[in-house]
Design a binder for this molecule. Structure first.
Ligand SMILES: [Zn+2]
Length: 290
């Protein structure tokens, strides 16, 4: 094995380190910490409005990240007369790489996700969440739920807004209040997207390896079903156990119940750890087993 490149690399790093110590490192550290804080904040923001898929925000975070990295490079150049460019590169490379890796891999899939969600909605084997809750079945009946499913599929296919889909469903089902319609549509569309996103996350994980999924409880309502799951991490094929009364269900992704605003989001364990270290993500329990 040729160790020469490794030796050279180490020598270069040692030289950078010496330059660090000889210069004003505090300012540089502050710049780096600011980058990490900003990024962590934006990462934690993903999925916070119940949007089932985060492509637009992934793009925005990626673009903003580039702006911050450029600002740091400029700052370093001004503070250290350009001598630390390489060191800045080294120091920001790992964090940036990791982020881009995950963002790009998932971002490449927005259309497949929407199509998968439509297909999921029309697949007769796809059980609507409403079918798993006896109260919903009693309220609407199977015919109405199937009619609602058809309208939701049509709405997804032509890209209707949630409100337009609710209108379609209420016109078809008939005896359904606006809030009932909204709850049914939001929940079932979120479920179809949850299934689709889980498939895409699994494909992405096969490509890039260390990806896991983390449950994120959104919103201020302290949901007794979902709060205990907040921040917990699972292998991509793992499940969370949720309780409706005494009945336990194992689920691979959000939503967990009607009107659930949670999301399950792909990240690497080290990304999650950074969010925890910065107290941006505070897991409810240490349970990462499933
Ligand atoms: Zn929830």
């Amino acid at each position: 094995m040729n160790v020469d490149p490794i030796r050279k690399h180490l020598a270069k790093q040692a030289k950078e380190l010496l330059r660090f110590q000889a210069n004003n490192t505090t300012q540089f550290q502050q710049l780096l910490e600011k980058l990490q804080r900003d990024l962590s904040g934006r990462l934690a923001d993903l999925g916070s409005d119940g949007n089932p898929f985060d492509v637009a925000r992934l793009r925005r975070v990626e673009a903003e990240t580039r702006v911050v990295v450029d600002a740091i490079k400029r700052g370093a150049a001004a503070n250290f007369k350009g001598s630390l460019d390489d060191a800045v590169e080294l120091a920001t490379e790992h964090f940036g790489d990791e982020w881009n890796f995950v963002a790009k891999a998932i971002e490449a899939q927005p259309f497949p996700v929407s199509m998968l969600a439509q297909r999921e909605m029309v697949d007769p084997l796809h059980e609507l969440l409403a079918e798993q809750f006896k109260s919903s079945l009693d309220r609407y009946g199977m015919d109405a739920i199937n009619g609602a499913r058809r309208e939701m599929f049509m709405g997804l296919r032509i890209g209707d807004s949630t409100n337009a889909i609710v209108k379609r469903v209420r016109d078809t089902v008939g005896d359904m209040s606006k809030s009932q319609g909204e709850r049914l549509v939001r929940t079932e569309v979120a479920e179809a997207y949850g299934v689709a996103k889980q498939q895409v996350m699994r494909q992405t994980q096969k490509k890039i390896g260390p990806l896991k999924k983390v449950w994120i409880h959104n919103g201020s309502y302290p949901c007794p079903v979902c709060m205990p799951l907040h921040g917990s991490m699972r292998d991509m094929d793992g499940t969370w156990t949720v309780y409706a009364g005494k009945k336990a269900r194992k689920i691979a992704h959000a939503p967990a119940h009607p009107n659930c605003l949670c999301s399950s989001t792909a990240m690497t364990p080290s990304m999650r750890q950074r969010l925890i270290d910065k107290k941006i993500l505070v897991p409810e329990s240490a349970d990462d087993k499933g």
